[in-house]
Design a binder for this molecule. Structure first.
Ligand code: AP5
Length: 240
């Protein structure tokens, strides 16, 4: 019942913000969309489709931090020990990173925020500088998460995400896929604990603001993507 209410209230509020016609979704939905969910829920997997639907650039704090680690920047050195241990990077570090990103010209109509915010402090800070029009919560049970994370592989050239079982890389890519350092069973348990303790409470926080959209993520990749697309089209009025 609570879920349905959240969706209905969210849809009503969002409809007021998206009163536009079918062909204009990409250009006129102003404000940012948050991709929310536990590690391995499928945020990165779904991001490209949502980004092309809405025209919002995908910004993944995980990717930004991994780039910082790879280049040995001060930020990377600071973030690395937290990431390797499956802990959240301190709020002040990550808040500064996103605040700067939001000032770039392509963020004018909002961003697709993948993995941010992850704490109430981050959400409160974001609320002061950016309108969040929808929070897409991809919901997947913990036992499915571990299997997804341990089998994840990434194309070292393009960053494309695969899974050894659920979404195997094509032959020409198979030789160059890599596994993330934090994609092992031990670290994923810490990441899940951090999620349940620090991030999951944000669902209620955004539900109270009427923007939370719950999606059953425990289905095939295309089914999950179809549900997200249909919810976003409904919110924009573009399915009319
Ligand atoms: P980050 O990189 O954001 O990791 P995460 O949230 O743990 O999310 P993932 O990237 O692991 O999962 P995903 O939901 O994108 O799943 P994916 O699509 O890849 O963060 C890493 C670290 O950085 C954090 O631990 C923290 O230290 C730090 N950090 C980042 N942001 C922070 C913040 N805001 N504050 C503080 N610290 C922060 O899919 C996973 C696998 O499942 C893939 O193999 C995929 O092919 C497969 N898959 C996807 N969908 C399906 C499906 N429907 N069915 C079957 N398989 C599927």
């Amino acid at each position: 019942m609570g879920r349905i209410r959240t969706l209905v209230v969210g849809a009503e509020q969002a409809l007021m913000r998206f009163p536009y016609g079918p062909d204009r979704l990409a250009r006129v939905v102003t404000g940012s969309i948050v991709l929310f969910g536990p590690p391995g829920a499928g945020k990165g997997t779904q991001a490209a489709r949502i980004s092309s639907l809405t025209g919002k650039p995908q910004v993944s704090t995980g990717d930004m931090l991994r780039t910082a680690v790879a280049t040995n920047s001060d930020l990377g050195m600071e973030a690395k020990e937290y990431m390797d241990a499956g802990l959240l990077v301190p709020d002040e570090v990550i808040i500064g990173l996103i605040s700067q990103r939001l000032q770039q010209p392509d963020a004018k109509s909002g961003l697709l925020l993948d993995g941010y915010p992850r704490t109430i402090v981050q959400a409160e800070s974001l609320e002061k500088i950016e309108l969040v029009v929808a929070v897409i919560s991809i919901e997947v049970p913990d036992d499915a998460i571990v299997r997804r994370i341990v089998g994840r592989r990434m194309d070292s050239e393009t960053g494309q995400i695969y899974h050894v079982e659920f979404n195997p890389p094509p032959k020409e890519v198979a030789d160059r896929v890599v596994q993330r350092k934090d994609d092992n069973e031990e670290t994923v348990r810490s990441r899940l604990s951090a999620y349940h303790e620090q991030t999951a409470p944000l669902a209620e926080w955004y539900s109270d603001r009427g923007v939370l959209l719950r999606i059953d993520g425990d289905r095939g990749i295309d089914d999950v993507g179809d549900s997200i697309e249909s919810v976003l089209l409904k919110l924009s009025g573009a399915d009319a």
